[in-house]
Design a protein around this ligand. Sequence first.
Ligand SMILES: CC(=O)SCCNC(=O)CCNC(=O)[C@H](O)C(C)(C)COP(=O)(O)OP(=O)(O)OC[C@H]1O[C@@H](n2cnc3c(N)ncnc32)[C@H](O)[C@@H]1OP(=O)(O)O
Ligand SMILES: CC(C)C(=O)C(=O)O
Length: 511
Amino acid sequence: MARQIKIFDTTLRDGEQAPGCSMNLQDKLEVAESLARLGVDIIEAGFAIASPGDFQSVQAIARSIKGVTVASLSRALEKDIDAAWNAIRDAESPRIHTFLATSPLHMEYKLKKTPDQVYEQAVKMVAYARNLCGDVEFSLEDASRSDPAFMYRVIEGVINAGASTVNIPDTVGYAVPEEFSALIRGIKNNVPNIDKAVISVHCHNDLGLGVANSLAAAMAGADQIECTVNGLGERAGNAALEEIVMNLYTRKDYYNMTTRVDSTQIWQASKKVSKATGVRSQPNKAVVGENAFAHESGIHQHGVLANRATYEIMTPESIGLPHNKMVLGKHSGRHAFEERLVYLGHRVSEERLASLFEEFKVLADKKKTVSDRDIDALVTGSSGGIPETYKLDRFVINSGSSITATSVVRLVMKDGTRVEKVSIGDGPVDASLNAVDKIIGGSEIKLEDFSLQIVDATDTGADAQGESHIRISRDGRSWNGSGVSTDIVESTLKAYLSAINAMTFELGQEL
Ligand SMILES: CC(=O)SCCNC(=O)CCNC(=O)[C@H](O)C(C)(C)COP(=O)(O)OP(=O)(O)OC[C@H]1O[C@@H](n2cnc3c(N)ncnc32)[C@H](O)[C@@H]1OP(=O)(O)O
Ligand SMILES: CC(C)C(=O)C(=O)O
């Protein structure tokens, strides 16, 4: 039978301690609702004495969120414990979480107390809290740098005073997994009354080991893990909830542990916390990063299309994402490109696929990623089987606010020769189209309509493509053309030439 690990979420307390991550009351209530939906066992809703706003939000969460224990942090001081209790007393299942540092460094320089004084204060304040609330957690702050023998003594004392959970924090992310699990085993073997309390761990990520240390501690017998959504928290953050849960679920064969968390709610909780704090996870963040289920490389895409398990150890659906993401870019291969064309409803011949794939690779060299709209634009903007009687080879424009625009355009003609002409115009687009007219002798062509739209613009516009649409007419008949490029003069030249090629094809003659 898999062992049940309690998930103690401290996004609203330690997570909020990350610089710039303060949340308002409404945000906190929404995050708390998300956490309840996720199925965490305990929500640490805040530090009630920290400010009137913190008190109010802890109280609001305690009053409205059901089916979960609601905790408030407090120093080992009567006034803090009173504030914590007053904020959480209406919760369905309230918990006072009080703490005191036990490392020589913290005791001497921060608390200015001897170990004996710290012991006495810890025991006294746990007893005080236990008088108010049936569920008291005590944390030995900076445990991983504390003397184990002193810790055993404090733990025994606070359990006797009524603590039902004893938390062993790696406050500054200093621990190493083997060492940290040895510490937990040491506590289990040396504290006589340890069976009367749940052992909890609370690991920070200063050296990137927050999750590894938490899991090592669980293997050594810890039954509660404290963590935050997206790994938010003081300095480099806390152990990330989603990583802990997905480690336990994905490697259940190894850990043989489970939690109450419904992993399919992870994605929504992650997004909710990002929205509330204004802090987005980095794209390569495990489990919830934008790239966690994205594949760009052709070899990976081919493998995933054949069998997702080739490159996915967990499914996007398992964290609540509808599907994985095939990102088309310069590393992508033909299999993924063809699959996307079919998905977008473009069924093309083998020959056309080959030429579209070539165009796609050229585009991918210019853009970081190629979106579905880019692909649509590629398909509608390509020749569509109409022979390219005239093809753009290159162009150079010279334009500005105080000079007449000039454009030099070179076309590849049907017989493979290259012809180049220069023209002036009313702006770079006009000059370029005039140069084309000079090459093909197109004086009878009338430009009926021209529109340009930007597709897939990012916030900065850096990756945008211009999609030009042109209608030309001659002798009362008209033809359309479209072209796509990251350069709007180029997209317009391509659109113009595609309309001219359509006309030439239909009239069966070169101009
Ligand atoms: C590892 C952690 O994450 S611990 C939680 C950290 N989070 C926070 O600090 C956020 C909320 N904090 C606050 O709003 C404020 O710091 C308050 C309201 C708690 C206290 O504010 P102030 O009274 O102005 O004290 P200040 O923060 O400057 O100093 C901390 C005081 O608490 C004492 N202290 C620190 N930890 C504890 C503790 N666990 N129990 C009792 N006293 C403690 C310090 O020794 C210091 O005491 P002193 O004022 O007698 O020198
Ligand atoms: C108060 C405790 C649990 C803490 O946040 C830490 O030690 O990091």
